[in-house]
Design a binder for this molecule. Structure first.
Ligand code: AMP
Length: 552
């Protein structure tokens, strides 16, 4: 028997039109390169996004054509987020922190026809323009200079030559927008994984997957994006759609606050204060610097009481969660991947844990959380699921309507999916009886000592809880007897000193003896990827020949 319900497509044009009809007065604030604030309301955003969609159609955009963006977080990027998919195109956000060779590879692999680029990023574009195959480049003038004037000072273009257009001129000349009939399974966006090894792999999101991800993440227990919120995505719009926040916030009509290129702690805190931000999101490195700034000058900023900070992309330590609590700021820990749109699990306290001690609650809050509705998780040890006992480690496998079923134009990664249709995340986890997932490692980062697994993340978090440690990376180094042993690479807080022995004693109170690192080396900095993840492969290479001194 068929239902009697409408087949109503889950497409992004619905979110854009809803925003125009219902939330015309909601505000969108963007920090510009010269630090001034650009402000307008949703009715401007709605009009301009439609005008951009019309302009792209006039330039010849066809269904499924890729439109790349090389942009910071700001109003024009938001316009592209909606204009491109609503015109039937595919929004391809390029990661401006990658090496120009990689950006060129990604743009060509994706088959990008158009590029929308911030004027301040033209010098970056110039580094790969002769290798990229864009037909048309649209320049957004954020610097309050005429694009034509800037263009005149640019080196002559390489081959093939891309036409160049001014974003504002295009929008103001645009013919009326003719919305295409979109199918919910049409491609709407794409993003390449920023893996630390191998070539980047492209994930293509559909209208449907983005809409469902937005509905699920907006729910109160997960990201809880409300109309009354002032939402500031610090996570770049070129990292997995800034975790979907631009879509979710526009769906709810929330005030949006974009930091532009100014991501240092003081600029962010100033912005949080002036716009009274209530919800923000980013990777732990951002929060570490914010915390240091707050600790240095606790009375300097008056933030919205109870501001929520979604932390993901790498593990948020218990120490960080506690430290922010002291400032009345609430850390919400979440986990996700490019392949999962990205949000898969988010942490909130279940009713049954409400009566537990503060200590126990912190242990739970530092876990990566519980799966969203329709997002299924299992932890596999070989062929069988490991028990949900909070102790046994297994590989996290996931499935759901916003999980990738393959990569764009790439066959050789088929083993990332199991025969029964789950995506192998490559993360090692425990799942406890209440359903909280805890990431203990990446498969490739696990330390396997004498056949036993040691979680590098647990050791890192414990080291980070030491008052004089700023951050720590634990890696496996080869060992003749045990196969591998853990080595800790530690950055101390500026001006602080600590000995190896002191840190080992600190760890000894928490872990079995065989977990304790064979050595602790002190460094000034831990190398990180463009998305804030520690580059452990670099450290493993650097310390490959490291041996316990008494064995030499
Ligand atoms: P990406 O696709 O670049 O977003 O990277 C996804 C990977 O980041 C995951 O597979 C995890 O290894 C890691 N990751 C994301 N969120 C967390 C988190 N909250 N804690 C620990 N690792 C995380």
């Amino acid at each position: 028997m068929q239902s009697t319900m409408m087949r109503f497509p889950l497409t992004l044009d619905h979110i854009l039109e809803r925003a125009g009809k219902l939330f015309g007065k909601s505000e969108i604030v963007s920090r510009l390169p010269d630090r001034t604030l650009h402000r307008y309301a949703y009715n401007d955003f709605h009009r301009r996004a439609r005008a951009l969609a019309g302009a792209l159609q006039r330039l010849g955009l066809k269904r499924g054509d890729r439109v790349a963006t090389l942009m910071w977080n700001h109003y024009a990027h938001l316009e592209a987020y909606f204009a491109v998919p609503c015109a039937g195109g595919v929004l391809h956000t390029l990661n401006l922190r990658l090496h120009p060779d990689d950006i060129a590879y990604i743009a060509n692999h994706a088959g990008d026809r158009f590029l929308i680029v911030d004027d301040i990023l033209l010098p970056l574009y110039d580094k790969f323009r002769d290798r990229a195959r864009f037909e048309q480049v649209i320049v957004v003038s954020l610097s309050r200079e005429k694009v034509a004037e800037r263009a005149g000072s640019l080196p002559s273009s390489g081959t093939p030559t891309a036409g160049r257009a001014d974003y504002e001129a295009l929008i103001s000349d645009a013919a009326p927008f003719t919305p295409p009939a979109l199918d919910e399974n049409d491609a709407a966006g794409m993003c390449y994984t920023s893996g630390t090894t191998g070539k980047p792999k492209g994930v293509v999101y559909s209208h449907r997957s983005i809409v469902l991800h937005s509905l699920a993440t907006a729910t109160v227990d997960y990201m809880g994006v409300a109309h009354a919120d002032a939402v500031c995505p610090v996570v770049p719009m070129f990292h997995v759609n800034a975790w979907g926040i631009p879509f979710t916030a526009v769906m709810m009509g929330s005030k949006l606050v974009f930091p532009g290129p100014h991501l240092d702690a003081e600029s962010l805190l100033d912005l949080y204060q002036s716009e009274q931000v209530t919800l923000t999101a980013g990777v732990p490195t951002i929060w570490m610097s914010i915390l240091q700034a707050l600790e240095k000058a606790p009375a300097r900023w008056r933030l919205a009481p109870g501001m929520r900070m979604v932390v993901g992309g790498a593990a948020a330590s218990e120490t960080m969660i506690r430290a922010f609590d002291k400032f009345g700021l609430r850390v919400t820990h979440g986990w996700g991947m490019t392949e999962t749109s990205p949000v898969g699990t988010v942490n909130y306290l279940k009713r049954e844990l409400g009566g537990r001690s503060a200590e126990e609650q912190y242990v739970t809050r530092a876990k990566q959380g519980m799966p969203l509705p329709f997002f299924e998780v299992r932890a596999m040890g070989g062929e069988a699921e490991v028990p949900w006992d909070g102790m046994t480690m297994g590989e996290l496998q996931v499935r759901g309507p916003w999980v990738a079923a393959g990569y764009h134009d790439l066959d050789q990664e088929a083993d990332k999916w199991t025969a029964d249709g789950w995506f192998r995340t490559g993360d090692i986890v425990t799942i406890d009886a209440a359903g909280y997932v805890k990431i203990t490692d990446r498969i490739k980062d696990l330390v396997k000592s004498g056949g036993e697994w040691i979680s590098s993340i647990d050791l890192e978090n414990a080291l980070a809880s030491h008052p004089r440690v700023a951050e720590a990376a634990v890696i496996a180094v080869p060992h003749p007897k045990w196969g591998e042993r853990p080595l800790a690479v530690v950055v101390l807080k500026a001006g602080d000193a600590a000995t190896e022995e002191e840190l080992r004693d600190h760890l000894a109170t928490k872990f079995a003896k065989f977990w304790l690192p064979d050595g602790i080396v002190f460094v000034n900095e831990i190398p990180r990827t463009s998305t804030g993840k520690m580059m452990k492969a670099v450290l493993r290479e650097r310390y490959r020949d490291w041996r316990k001194r008494d064995e030499e």
